[in-house]
Design a protein around this ligand. Structure first.
Ligand SMILES: [Fe+2]
Length: 172
């Protein structure tokens, strides 16, 4: 009673050498896990925004956009687990709160209910934002010979580039 529990530190420095000896120096591991936390935050924020627009889109394109948004948020929802667990495999804790995601994300959350075309344009730009974040972290992973992270980020870039294209194509 009365004794305050120690708060769990988010994305702390990775454990000291010896507890996680996988051949990547600690400073590089730290940079990679912090980068993956940003990819996770961007992906989660865009997941939520896409689900929001799935619920709230209106207009003659409703059926098409409602379905397209569902395909995209479902994929992103599955991906966040893989990204978070990669952070854990590299020895750091994964962020998992809205305040952490807001602090770490480059993608901005939805405000209000835009018109359908504005939703599509915004999501297309956000998909490209996630690609750029992933590409930055890919360079860190590649420099550290962290092939599993590079592989994961390659897949993430491919998915987000494809989603960006599909969204842009709706506006043509
Ligand atoms: Fe639904």
């Amino acid at each position: 009673m009365g004794k305050k529990k120690d708060a769990v530190k988010l994305v702390p420095a990775v454990p000291s050498a010896g507890t996680l000896d996988i051949g990547i120096p600690e400073p590089q591991l730290k940079a990679i896990t912090e980068g993956l936390a940003r990819v996770l935050a961007d992906t989660y924020t865009l997941y939520l925004k896409t689900h929001n627009y799935h619920w709230n889109v209106t207009g003659p394109q409703f059926s098409t956009l409602h379905a397209m948004f569902m395909t995209q948020y479902t994929e992103m929802w599955a991906a966040i687990d893989t990204i978070a667990e990669r952070i854990r495999a590299l020895g750091a804790f994964a962020p998992g709160s809205y305040s952490d995601f807001a602090r770490l994300a480059t993608v901005r959350e939805a405000t209000g209910v835009p018109a359908a075309d504005a939703m599509v344009a915004e999501l297309a730009a956000d998909q490209a934002t996630v690609v750029r974040t992933a590409r930055e972290v890919f360079a860190l992973a590649e420099a550290a010979d962290d092939q599993p992270t590079a592989d994961l980020l390659t897949e993430r870039m491919q998915v987000h580039e494809k989603f960006a294209w599909m969204l842009r194509a709706m506006l043509a």
